[in-house]
Ligand binder design. Structure first.
Ligand SMILES: [Zn+2]
Length: 383
């Protein structure tokens, strides 16, 4: 047993405490949280600062780890996508080595679980060997509605490979401009039937809105430059979220990722139409690609706080895979938002979204959530 105390302990599932001691087994399982008056003080390890549970990274792309530092910043999403598509191929050994390094970096940064997007099987062996729990999101891209059924079958065959590694996963559509409504329905129905989470990149840039409202702009040019005919696409005159939301299965636990340009009205309208929406902010990736942040204070007026999660996105669009760095970016940009307010975003909400709240996300008896020491602006892993 270890007896850990600190200036402040944040169980996350209940208000912060001072003058308490966390009793843990050697494997990290929490035995109890006791007032310090009932614990022999000679046994207590005291930490200046805060104790918090380990983090959950709700959105990552481990597969893109070899692209760290490859792309210039602030060039906009269509340009970024073009570069990822054209330059992601690399030597398989270098790709594997970069993923292993990124995985250990996430562990050192206090991350316990990751919702990780994959387009191929490259990351499966790294995940199978990792101390981190991964839920893999097999991501499908098929804008042409005639390709929906074939794309679903390809995704399911990749899911089978994933399961052979003993890993869990589910299908996700990539983004509104790269999947058909038919494919969104097929994927989300399958996830709803299986009781598994899904996600989609959403409301990332004004170019996305222009494409859906008018059918023009950089996304049309992106398809043209890639030599892909999109004659079947008709702009809806609405935002991407309004256009696609009716195609999401109403029971599918659906994470909307980025929300960079979302407004409180977008959120209000969406949550009134779909009761199982979850939200993910990846602020450092937004700064890297679009040089802007979601208007989080505005969104908090309508976004359910218990449904907000944080993600790092990939090393193609971030300098590190650290949920703490995502939190610091939010705290620095929006001084009215407190650490206490966003701790659940970084921990318990992500655990609930991934269905891991029995073991992760908060400092509660019986859980094994990882325990982190936060002191000034740095984070360290205790267990
Ligand atoms: Zn992403």
């Amino acid at each position: 047993m270890r007896f850990l105390s600190a200036t402040t302990i944040h169980p996350v599932s209940s208000p912060a405490l001072s003058g308490y001691v966390l009793v843990i087994h050697d494997d990290g399982t929490i035995e109890d949280l006791l007032p310090e008056s009932v614990v022999d003080p000679t046994h207590v390890e005291f930490f200046e600062g805060d104790l918090i549970p380990g983090f959950v990274n709700a959105h990552c792309h481990l597969e893109l780890s070899h692209l760290r530092g490859s792309f210039p910043e602030k060039t906009g999403l269509p340009d970024f996508l073009n570069k990822v598509v054209s330059q992601r191929q690399a030597d398989p050994d270098a790709v594997a080595e970069a993923m292993r390094f990124a995985d250990s970096e996430m562990w050192e940064n206090g991350i316990m679980a990751v919702g990780d997007i994959c387009n191929k099987s490259d990351s499966f062996s790294v995940k199978a060997d990792s101390r981190i729990h991964y839920h893999s999101f097999v991501e499908l891209l098929a804008f042409d509605p005639d390709r929906a059924v074939k794309a679903l079958a390809e995704g399911n065959s990749l899911l089978e490979q994933l399961n052979q590694f003993g890993l869990t996963g589910s299908l996700v559509p990539h983004a509104p401009y790269s999947v058909s409504p038919a494919l969104v329905f097929l994927i989300t129905r399958q996830c709803a039937d299986a009781g598994l989470p899904t996600s989609i990149h959403m409301l990332e840039s004004n170019d996305e809105t222009e494409f859906f409202v008018q059918g023009t702009g950089l996304y049309r040019r992106l398809y043209h430059d890639m030599g892909m005919a999109i004659d079947f696409f008709e702009p809806s005159g609405k935002t991407s979220l309004e256009t696609l939301l009716p195609w999401f299965h109403p029971m599918a636990k659906t994470l909307l990722v980025h929300n960079t340009i979302a407004t409180e009205q977008d959120v209000f309208s969406a949550v009134s139409q779909h009761t199982n929406l979850w939200w993910c902010f990846c602020p450092n990736a937004n700064l890297y690609i679009e040089d802007r942040l979601p208007d989080i204070p505005q969104l908090l007026r309508t976004m359910p706080p218990g449904r907000i999660t944080l993600g790092t996105d990939s090393l193609a669009s971030n300098h590190q895979l650290s949920i703490w760095q995502e939190m610091l970016t939010i705290l620095r940009a929006y001084p009215d938002i407190s650490l206490e307010a966003i701790l659940p975003w970084a921990t318990l909400n992500g655990a609930r979204y991934l269905g891991l709240e029995q073991t992760l996300g908060s400092l509660e008896t019986g859980k094994r959530p990882g325990i982190l020491h936060l002191h000034q602006d740095s984070i360290g892993r205790i267990i």
